[in-house]
Design a protein around this ligand. Structure first.
Ligand code: ZN
Length: 186
């Protein structure tokens, strides 16, 4: 279970970042734009300097094996995203990694490399749950879901506009109670 009040905090955080980026609180928040605002670099495997092409292909040909990795040194995290996944999955994966950074999560496993870089490998399940909640809320805050329903936007239109999967969209509608709220109104 996430901390008490965490969901409300996540909704407020989604609203605050939109405010800072001068986006309406009901509008989509682009994960890449948020990364830029947080001064976090986002790369695809092709962008890793000196990584031989055959390794780029290995990374890209095994899409189910990995989604994102966070490399960091003391002052600047770098997120490497699996660019062979659909854009909505990449957006969700990136938002998840950004959420760990926003929450200042301490990883449980880190591998160190020469040159002061380290690769963050795992977090405990409680931290994963928090990052999941924050990432999903940043992508689809409750106010946005209410606006989608109020404006009678279709599922297809909404998932395209917010760059999210159908599964995430339906999950958020249920978890936030927005589905129930609008069903009652008939
Ligand atoms: Zn995670």
């Amino acid at each position: 279970m996430a901390r008490r009040g965490f969901k409300t905090w996540a909704e407020n955080t989604a609203s605050n970042y939109r405010d800072k980026l001068e986006i309406k609180e009901v509008d989509p928040l682009c994960a890449w734009r948020l990364a830029d605002h947080l001064k976090i670099m986002v790369w695809t495997p092709e962008m890793i300097p000196g990584l031989p092409k055959k390794w780029v292909l290995v990374l890209k040909k095994n899409p189910s094996n990995w989604s994102a990795a966070t490399l960091a040194n003391v002052d600047s995290p770098l997120i490497i995203l699996n660019s062979s996944h659909p854009k909505c999955r990449q957006s969700h994966d990136l938002m998840h990694e950004l959420s760990h950074v926003i929450l200042a999560h301490k990883p449980t496993r880190v591998d160190f490399y020469d040159g002061g870089f380290f690769l963050i490998n795992s977090y405990n399940s409680e931290l994963e749950e928090e990052a999941d909640i924050l990432a999903r809320t940043l992508l689809l805050p409750r106010v946005a879901l209410v606006s989608i329903k109020t404006n009678k936007m279709t599922q297809v239109e909404a998932i395209k506009k917010y760059n999210v999967s159908k599964e995430l969209f339906n999950m958020r509608l249920n978890l936030t109670g927005v589905n129930k709220q609008f069903r009652k109104r008939g």
